[in-house]
Design a protein around this ligand. Structure first.
Ligand code: ADP
Ligand code: MG
Length: 275
């Protein structure tokens, strides 16, 4: 009977911050794993030419014949590049270094900013395939055409902020870009939440940053703070999410709590009156 129901599109969350090294990829992999653990089908789209999300989910560079590059250059459907991971219900659309050149290739096309949105819209069309509930887009460390494609395709944005002195630096530029995308490409776009990462309890500065960011951004900041945890940084070299590498470490527990909060906010978004 489910085959006769119309497919609802997935919820699309872009994980964005133009700063590098703030925990975008780590959040895409581990939030994705925690959401997949609820039994929903989850797709991580690797939109960074570095391909760290793909590597961190066990896809080696040599085996990437088709990638998000082919999707953005409209040579492949998103469904055709999706690969399973070792985690049940978790899938990856890998990237390759070619993606770095796609801006030059499609930059003059009228639909250049909507390539990913169009690909995601077509994703759940095949009744023979299990539909995805969540698509998480791992953005590159730049506000370039790739990130604009992610923002144009997304319902909401998850912003990782590292607990360091310059945490808020660059955030106003990111929020300005979100406003521009809302005004021109994607009126429904919103901020899902801000996640503080790499918190170090032994460092007074970390606590001060958390307090400052909460004072400035209020309840947009998730309650969950991701601790700096060596297990989190070790896991990618084994091609595993930390939740698989060491389920009981503090980093894994934090990402499970973050997923619970993300689901709570999703319910609140869904129950909101329209308009
Ligand atoms: P981005 O995608 O924003 O560039 P990454 O997720 O790749 O950031 O994280 C940058 C580096 O920090 C990586 O080496 C990653 O393993 C490490 N890292 C991320 N989160 C944590 C954490 N909570 N604890 C320890 N190391 C972390
Ligand atoms: Mg990254």
């Amino acid at each position: 009977p489910s085959a006769t129901l119309p497919h609802r599109g997935p919820r699309v969350l872009a994980i964005a911050n133009q700063k590098g090294g703030v925990g975008k990829t780590t959040t895409a992999i581990n939030l994705g794993t925690a959401l997949a653990a609820t039994g929903e089908e989850v797709l991580v789209v690797d939109l960074d030419p570095q391909g760290n999300a793909s590597t961190g989910l066990g896809i080696d560079h040599k085996s990437r014949d088709v990638s998000t590059y082919d999707v953005l250059s409209a040579e492949a459907a998103l469904r055709d590049i999706v690969r399973p991971t070792a985690v049940p219900h978790l899938w990856i659309a890998p990237s390759t270094l070619d993606l770095a050149g796609v801006e030059l290739e499609i930059g003059q096309r009228r639909d250049r900013a909507h390539r990913l949105r169009d690909a995601v819209t077509a994703l759940n069309g095949d009744p023979g395939e299990p539909p995805f509930t969540y698509v998480l887009i791992d953005c590159p460390p730049s506000l370039n055409l790739l990130t604009i494609n992610a923002m144009a395709a997304a319902h909401a944005i998850v912003v990782p902020l590292q607990c360091e002195f310059f945490a808020l630096e660059g955030l106003s530029q990111l929020l300005k870009t979100v406003d521009q995308v809302k005004a021109t490409l994607n009126p429904g776009l919103e901020i899902h939440g801000i996640v503080l990462t790499m918190y170090d309890a032994r460092n007074n500065l970390s606590g001060q940053v958390v307090a400052d960011v909460r004072a400035f951004l209020g309840d947009k900041v998730y309650e969950t703070v991701i601790p700096r945890n060596v297990r989190v940084s070790e896991a990618p070299s084994y091609g595993k999410p930390v939740l698989v590498y060491d389920l009981r470490c503090a980093g894994s527990e934090a990402y499970l709590r973050l997923a619970t909060e993300v689901i709570q906010r999703e319910k609140a978004f869904a129950e909101r009156p329209a308009g």
